[in-house]
Design a protein around this ligand. Structure first.
Ligand SMILES: N[C@@H](CCC(=O)N[C@@H](CS)C(=O)NCC(=O)O)C(=O)O
Length: 195
């Protein structure tokens, strides 16, 4: 399997970490998302959506959208709960991650940290909206170690990368003790060095 991704992108890292955790043989191809590489015709032939991550399997089939990819890679593994309701709760977090979390936490981090935009250039609503999102996660993690059930699942995998980068977007992670403890647990589970 070939993974095309940008290693500064949380959407891409969740794919890489899922493949590595499941010991799936893969080759990583670095594609810089912010320098126009994803707009080139050869990349568009791979992914007409023009975004990373995208994976190409040995039979030539391709798959885009980070959460679709990790669900496919992890099918049948302990990262996806067997119980139907727990699995639905996992989807609940995955949809929320893409619709609410990523467009705020990841977008502000990209503008501040990767694009070096000034406060004047950044939508002022992103900061308070991000604080609401982090508070939602903090409250959920009070009294439970993982987002779904009693073990690390793809809900944790999907929420981890951009939450871990949130400081880079100006969000004060030190204010969220349960999130910080959860990040440390995830890092231990996945064998990631602390940032
Ligand atoms: N919903 C998509 C989002 C992918 C996405 O936004 N990728 C960004 C990098 S994180 C990208 O390729 N941006 C370049 C572009 O849109 O032209 C996913 O989860 O895979």
């Amino acid at each position: 399997m070939e993974i095309y991704g940008d290693d500064r992108s949380g959407n891409c890292l969740k794919v890489r970490w899922t493949a590595e955790h499941l010991n799936l043989p893969c080759t990583w191809h670095e594609v810089l998302a912010l320098t126009g590489e994803t707009t080139k015709p050869e990349f568009r032939a791979l992914n007409p959506f023009g975004q990373v991550p995208v994976v190409r399997f040995d039979d030539g089939r391709t798959l885009a959208q980070s959460n679709a990819i990790i669900l496919y890679l992890a099918e049948g593994s302990a990262l996806v709960p067997k119980d139907a309701f727990d699995r639905a709760k996992l989807f609940e977090w995955l949809f929320w991650e893409q619709y609410s979390h990523e467009p705020v936490i990841a977008v502000r981090r990209a503008k501040v940290h990767l694009l070096r935009q000034t406060d004047d250039e950044i939508d002022p609503s992103l900061l308070p909206r991000g604080q609401v999102i982090l508070t939602r996660m903090e409250e959920h993690l009070h009294g439970q170690d993982w987002f779904v059930g009693t073990a690390f699942t793809l809900a944790d995998m999907a929420l981890l990368p951009y939450t871990r980068f949130a400081d880079q977007g100006g969000f004060e992670l030190h204010r969220y003790s349960a999130i910080q403890a959860w990040i440390r647990r995830c890092e231990a589970f996945l064998g990631l060095p602390a940032l």
